[in-house]
Design a protein around this ligand. Sequence first.
Ligand code: ASP
Length: 437
Amino acid sequence: MSRIALHWRILLGMVLGVIYGLLSATFGWSRFTSDWVVPFGDIFLNLLKVIAVPLIVGSIVTGVASLSDIRKLSRIGGKTVAIYMGTTAVAITVGLVMVNVFQPGNSVPHELQQELQATYQSDADFGVDEAEAVQSHGPLQTFVDMIPTNIVGAAGNNRNMLQVVVFSLLLGVALVMLPFEKAKPLIDVFASLTAVIIQIVQLIMVMAPIGVFGLIAKTINQVAKDDIGAAVELLGALGFYCLVVVGGLLLHALITFPVLLKIFTRVSIVKFFKAIAPAQLLAFSTSSSGATLPVTMDVCQKRVGVSKEVSSFVLPLGATINMDGTALYQAVAAVFIAQTLGMGLDIGAQLQILLTAVFASIGAAAVPGAGLIILVIILEAIGVPTAGIALILGVDRILDMCRTAVNVTGDATVATVVDSIEGGLRPPDEAALEGTA
Ligand code: ASP
């Protein structure tokens, strides 16, 4: 393996991907790009996805089983969920403050609103249908949906990650409750499975720079096709809205998380961000915290020094339920749509957004575009026409990349904080940080 650190290699792949994508759109190479460049991105993404389910099962079962007593599990579990929900609520508040201060919706010209609605209406209808299925049930449906009726079925679809998490937790708890000699063979199998998967991650990461190159080129290819001008125009029109979302995400990532780390841990903020950079870059390139999970676990354990015990439980849970970036984005998007449609939202409606977005982000799957679909639930809750989604659809992919990077940063931060509170955080493996990881 090369001696250049992994995050630099991924970054290089990304920059070259952007340059190539722009050239491809400018010179009309989209056919060549989708035939010969995009497949490398897809292969890389598929490799990451294929290990997500075994990794979640293996790591949660071994993580829970290693806690050795149920009281410790409920203590760590309780803290984890509380911090996850707390940071998500802060994220939403940041989003709400930003969108109310800057009011991006009031700067969209009327003709443009109509143009956007007309262009994206059919796509938006599709998303609305999907989300209506989700939200036509009662308030407890989210919990019903968490429980699988068939574990093979649940494991067969990466969107059902939360069901797999719940089943793995159940398995882990039962193993802790059994006499040790009865539980040991199965615990050993899962521990071995986890070790093998982590090893596979190392292999997959060899192709990360090429994979990221393909994924970024693919995104630009999809957004711009062969008409870079149209893409730039759209970005210009919705640029202020995008800036507000990205500004909020940056604030949350660069203030909320570092403050948490400062209060609860002794890790250096710079080193922390340097250590998790490969996971952030990957989250940005794949728009999927589920696909990024193997790398998030790897960097947290090897480069931040989070114990296996905590990371193998906190991170898979976080990838599925903790989405600060998504929640922040949903708050901004909901108010932006209301502003654009000329609807004022009073403080009650904004509080409603806060509450709904905490739960909506838990329900959002760790896959590209999930946040946009779940946004429908929030819009319904505050009485804003869901068709308004058509306004923001065109730029969603770009914002998805940014919010996913923040989602993953949040998971890594909370894992570090919980481990530090539990006294497990050890000094990172310096060699791993300097080298290839
Ligand atoms: N793509 C995001 C994730 O996987 C979810 C979202 O669409 O906001 O974390």
